[in-house]
Ligand binder design. Structure first.
Ligand SMILES: *Cc1c(COP(=O)(O)O)cnc(C)c1O
Length: 498
């Protein structure tokens, strides 16, 4: 399988796409074609554990990897007790026609672990395959969740290191504690005296700097990225859509071949794009429901055909979906454009220069045949948390609640009662304060610190607090470095040299 850029250029192998991250022309790598999976094969998946399902799906894309490379990577990621549920991505019933796919059982309690536990092993194999002898050094700028998931994924993986920059005053206490207490001999965490944009701009500049690349090379290191546009993060996500469907078949909830809808809380469009890939490969999908919070740029895009960043940015209680530019949407645009890279390039150019682009009515209708989009604000999010807890005895986090609320809207609007899987992207304990507010009201959470909110939530809900949350209080702080916005390069080199 070869990979092309969404903007028309290059033809590389899977391992090269993973090592490079972004194509040279600024586009995203997409597979030359979608491999197909038959209903017979899906029925067979239903008899397999998660790691076998992962191997079967991954090998279709990672053609230049040997089967032992894939199976080693998969067992390192999903074996060895890294996830606190043996099913890895368990499917739980919510009501008669709704299930929850829980993607938060990994070390950092958010769905990014599904991909970031596997990516480091794919990266190491890719480096070996392409004769890369230097250490692969990952640089990440984070507004919270990605940084910790990357640190946990790359921690102590030989031949790699992981350096994370976070805005000094821009992450929650729990998020900061999660990062600065990370173990491992190859992890570095640095507070930037600025906001998230400063950190992200700084990292982008380092990726573009020849002088910095030379400094790294002298130390036997080469830069690489772990962000969500890397194909190596997308492909592990395709697996759990097949896995969820296979579980429904195994339970007799659907007959193999019947359509199932998926409702996905969306930010950068990586998670729901993986569902689209699964559909293209033959998974029987009815509708893909794209759920946004008050930052509803995608809802507007799917309803109007125009993507516009001329809007106010809101901070919400589902922060991992607070976004103006959804980078992975470019991969869907490529399909909407009938794989015409020049057209995608033109749209991206207008987006950069004018802050918006339009795909036209015909392409919008094509998108509408598979996608439905809706949004839920913080008020609706809290109501949904409360309703699902009282009616269905299910405790969901704020991101999952956005999806669940949007599914309610969809069913009302479309009258479609096809079985639906709501994709759950974070543990309720990652957002204890807001979840507690949802089930017990604002008076209950207002006077408590973050840890006490978690304890209260456990008492009220009976859902056990994950060990990672309980342990955070007592872990020693291991990372204290900080730097000015203009000195991020020096800070990285200093971390390596000391
Ligand atoms: C990253 C994240 C999302 C958004 O996922 P995308 O793939 O960027 O659309 C949703 N929920 C949580 C908890 C996340 O961490």
């Amino acid at each position: 399988m070869s990979f092309f850029s969404t903007r028309g250029g290059s033809c590389v192998t899977a391992s090269q796409a993973i090592l490079r991250g972004l194509a040279q022309d600024g586009g995203l790598y997409v597979p030359a074609m979608f491999p197909s999976v038959s209903l017979q094969q899906i029925a067979e998946l239903s008899q397999m554990p998660y790691s076998r399902r992962a191997q079967e799906i991954l090998k279709l894309y990672l053609e230049d990897f040997s089967s032992s490379e894939i199976s080693q990577a998969v067992s390192a990621a999903y074996g060895e007790d890294r996830f606190d549920d043996p099913a890895i991505a368990p499917l739980k019933p919510l009501d008669e026609s709704t299930w929850v796919l829980e993607l938060f059982h990994g070390p950092t309690l958010a769905f990014k672990d599904m991909a970031l536990q596997l990516l480091p092993h794919l990266t190491v194999a890719s480096a070996r395959k392409n004769g890369e002898k230097r250490e692969v050094s990952i640089l990440v700028a984070t507004s919270g969740d990605t940084g910790k998931a990357a640190l946990e994924g790359f921690r102590d993986v030989p031949g790699t290191s992981c350096t994370v920059f976070y805005p000094q005053d821009g992450v929650s206490d729990v998020q900061r504690l999660q990062m600065v207490t990370t173990g491992g001999s190859n992890t570095h965490v640095i507070a930037v005296k600025g906001n998230f944009d400063d950190a992200q701009t700084g990292v982008k500049e380092l990726f573009g700097s020849e002088a910095f690349a030379a400094d790294m090379d002298r130390r036997g290191k080469v830069l690489s990225s772990a962000n969500s546009i890397n194909f190596g993060r997308l492909v592990p996500q395709v697996v759990y859509y097949f896995s969820a469907y296979a579980d429904l078949v195994a339970r007799g909830a659907v007959v193999c071949g019947d359509p199932v809808n998926f409702c996905v809380p969306t930010g950068n469009f990586g998670n729901i794009l993986a569902a689209y890939y699964a559909h293209q490969m033959g998974l029987p999908v009815g509708k893909l429901i794209c759920a946004s919070n008050r930052n509803n740029v995608l809802t507007d895009f799917f309803t109007s055909g125009t993507y516009s960043t001329h809007r106010v940015f809101f901070k919400t209680m589902s922060p991992s979906m607070d976004i103006l530019v959804s980078s992975n949407l470019e991969r869907l645009l490529f399909e909407a454009a009938d794989r015409d890279g020049a057209l995608v390039k033109a749209w991206m150019k207008t987006l950069k220069e004018c802050g918006s682009y339009s795909v036209g009515d015909q392409r919008r209708e094509w998108l509408e045949s598979l996608f439905w989009a809706g949004c839920a604000d913080d008020h609706a999010t809290l109501e949904e948390i409360s309703l699902r807890f009282r009616q269905d005895h299910y405790l969901m986090d704020t991101h999952t609640a956005v999806a669940s609320s949007v599914l309610r809207q969809y069913r009302l609007a479309a009258g479609d009662h096809t079985p639906c899987v709501v994709v759950s992207t974070a543990s309720p304990y990652k957002f204890s304060r807001d979840v507690l507010t949802g089930i017990a009201g604002p008076e209950r959470s207002a006077s408590l610190d973050a840890f006490s909110c978690s304890e209260e939530l456990e008492q009220l809900s009976g859902v056990p607090m994950p060990a990672q949350v309980r342990g955070l209080r007592n872990l020693p702080v291991r990372h204290r470095a900080e730097c000015e916005v203009g000195e991020m390069g020096e800070a990285v080199l200093h971390a390596f040299d000391s």
